[in-house]
Design a protein around this ligand. Sequence first.
Ligand code: SAH
Ligand code: SF4
Ligand code: F3S
Length: 490
Amino acid sequence: MTSRPHMKDPERLTDEPGDKAGQAGPRKVFVRTYGCQMNVYDSERMTDVLAKEGYEATDTVEDADVVLLNTCHIREKAAEKVYSELGRIRKVKDERARSGKQTMIGVAGCVAQAEGAEISRRAPVVDLVVGPQSYHQLPGLLNKAKNGETVVETEFDIDAKFDHLSQAADANPVRRPPAAFLTVQEGCDKFCTFCVVPYTRGAEVSRPVQQIVAEATRMAAAGVREVTLLGQNVNAYHGDGPDGRTWGLGRLLRHLSEIDGLDRLRYTTSHPRDMDDELIEAHRDLKSLMPYLHLPVQSGSDNILKAMNRRHTRDDYFRLIDRIRQAAPGIALSGDFIVGFPGETDADFEDTMDLVRRVGYGSAFSFKYSPRPGTPGANLADQVPEEVKSARLAELQALLSAQQRAFNDSRLGMVCDVLLEKAGRQPGQLVGKSPWLQAVQLDAPKELIGTIQAVEIVKIGSNSLFGRLTDGQDSAESYAPDLKEVAFDA
Ligand code: SAH
Ligand code: SF4
Ligand code: F3S
């Protein structure tokens, strides 16, 4: 089928590849991704949708006929980055225009959803603003924008999104890197008082089990060995199962662990309130479920947890960590922390330090509270001064770094499975991931990319571990000591 700009066909992106006067070869799309893993996943799906229309991905913005910024709104700094990037891209667009080339600029992601038309007012260079639930409509939207009007699409229609995006991936089977993300749940109903996500991603929606299984199976066939299931509250997953019942995340993981070739499963991000028994048991039982859990707590103070609307106490969190560690003793815990939420006193902050000391994290992310427009926290009276936030963040990060270092040091001399993902910086070197999500560098032939190897950890660096291939048994038993046969009964 051929279509032209003047023909009304929203499903096609104007011209066929290469048939525009003065432009040879396939048209190209450049996507830059900010923010969380869900944006990484969405960017890949946008690339799939455009590939179906004949677009090739490029990592050189100067070559791109379409530039998409997939943005993040979580903190002020993240949101502001977009505008400085748009300034740089405008220059490229002007330069390309001088040689007769059109460049369409789209802003996608959470800033698009939160700011909508305001973006094109502030940055008139933008041709298209598209929220996270509308990516399946990209071809039609770009088509519209080509006719000169700025297009803004921020509707929530998540079911349509996943139906269409799955079809686009089917139409464009390509070999995938060994580790991939798979969104199973999107949106959030929790409304923590600091957070924009319920507004930018909408209400919690879970994809049906069969759709996820089909996508995971397709990924495995395309060379993926490790899948990380994604959701803003991934452990609140409650999707329609093939048996007509609602499945939780534990059950879904059990089912996915049966797929041939998918040797490793992970999931992120979890909320402490949604860690149910079935999920904890999955950590006990499933060899392919990696011994790593990102379980953000944000604060160790009951006052602040309450003000944040987290709806659990520090003791609830300690009890939960105990249950998880009982089920999966070797598990590495990770978390997110916010310092300087409005009203946070020195004593509240000390409670956070105390919680961190008691739990002991393998890794963690920590942030200064950033008041976000439209969230309840932004309107609270006793905002914490910037210098107090900075001092608290430095103190917390020193403790978390020391814990991370100690955790990494404890791997020295261990033999563990490493999924080799890509070439390293030095020739002859590959980089992979340990079961505990640490980067591991080692000398190995590139033919081993996409395989899981038993690796002895021989040195601990500041950002990664260094290993060497062993020819012995792998260490699977050391992190899944109580391996059980899992029967799938649906
Ligand atoms: N759904 C996840 C978190 C998603 S946002 C959860 O419930 O834990 C990722 C992290 O960004 C949060 O865990 C929080 O630590 C941080 N964050 C979110 N809003 C923030 C804000 N306004 N200021 C600073 N950090 C924030
Ligand atoms: Fe944001 Fe809270 Fe929802 Fe996490 S649970 S996405 S922090 S509102
Ligand atoms: Fe950012 Fe949106 Fe993810 S605000 S953290 S890109 S859900």
